[in-house]
Design a protein around this ligand. Structure first.
Ligand code: BEZ
Ligand code: FE
Length: 295
């Protein structure tokens, strides 16, 4: 190693040591651990890529734009976490260890906590465009105990790939919540989900374009299931055969969340007796909740 290189390395290490030491007196031991590790990894990253001052400025500009586009309705930092796989990594780290529980995936930005209640067997599409899809299954524990009265929130995009909140007219469609019945059974009418792009008109979209990555998510139906004594389940089901299953922009696909959709002819009677000229579809999927204590 040349003398100059030794000098540079010494200077770099001195900065890292000084910053690490600045967090030594952090009273909360967990915060101290996190800040130490963050500084170590952040500095190692900058050294690894030999970060230029111009690149540092570009990164600051990127974060500034992410801040400016973020408001009550748009959260660009979560989107950034999603496309970097940090959201799914955090979910994997915190997944319950109970084998057999339905796996979790990303929450996404389109949940609304004021969706209407629908009765068991009711319609959550509520006018959203798409081929009818009747979804049913059972909410149960990993040991097979039916869970009655679980609150099941469902939300989805329409066949054009838009959630209701993405339309300017204030509509509420493609979302609702219901309770599981006596044997944990649930059923509702919805529409067959379609693939759609994540919001890509901001800095995260620019990052995807600059790295030759696409913004598409495979077709899916979101669920959030809560029941006393059980861990809240946030997940989606994905449609088998979707062309984007292997390239989800936010890495949310898990094999056991991919479900077969059964197609039915228009002449076949639907579960609720309504008719659909375009035919209809059905999905059967059990929602298996992990107990709170992980047992
Ligand atoms: C969604 O599925 O709604 C979603 C998830 C992550 C980022 C953007 C959208
Ligand atoms: Fe979604």
């Amino acid at each position: 190693m040349s003398i100059d290189r030794t000098l540079t390395t010494d200077r770099e290490e001195a900065v890292t040591e000084e910053v690490l030491a600045s967090f030594d007196a952090t009273p909360d031991p967990r915060l101290r651990e996190i800040m130490h590790s963050l500084v170590e990894h952040l500095h190692a990253f900058a050294r690894d890529v030999r970060l230029s001052e111009r690149e540092w400025e570009v990164a600051i500009g990127f974060l500034t734009r992410a801040g400016h586009i973020t408001d009550q309705r748009r959260q660009e930092f979560i989107l950034l976490s999603d496309v970097l796989g940090l959201s799914m990594l955090t979910i994997a780290i915190n997944e319950p260890r109970e084998p057999g529980a339905t796996e979790s995936t990303v929450f996404g930005p389109f949940f609304v906590d004021t969706a209407p209640e629908v009765p068991l067997g009711g319609d959550i599409a509520r006018g959203a465009a798409g081929i009818p899809c009747y979804v049913s299954g059972q909410v149960r524990s990993v040991t097979g105990v039916p869970i009655e009265g679980a609150r099941i929130e469902v939300w989805e995009a329409d066949e054009d790939g838009f959630y209701d909140v993405q339309y300017p007219d204030g509509r509420s469609a493609g979302r609702g919540w219901l309770r599981s019945g006596h044997d944990g059974e649930y059923r509702f009418r919805s529409i067959l989900p379609a693939p759609y792009p994540i919001p890509h008109d901001g800095p995260v979209g620019d990052l995807l374009a600059a790295t030759a990555r696409g913004p598409m998510r495979p077709a899916h139906l979101h669920f959030m299931v809560t029941a006393p004594g059980y861990r809240t389940l946030i997940t989606h089901i994905f449609v088998a055969g979707d062309p984007y299953l292997d390239s989800d922009a936010v890495f949310g696909v898990k094999q056991n969340l991919v479900v077969d959709v059964v197609s039915h002819d228009a002449v076949d009677p639907t579960p609720d007796g309504t008719r659909s000229e375009r035919g209809w579809t059905s999905i059967d999927f059990d929602l298996v909740l992990a107990a709170h204590d992980g047992s």
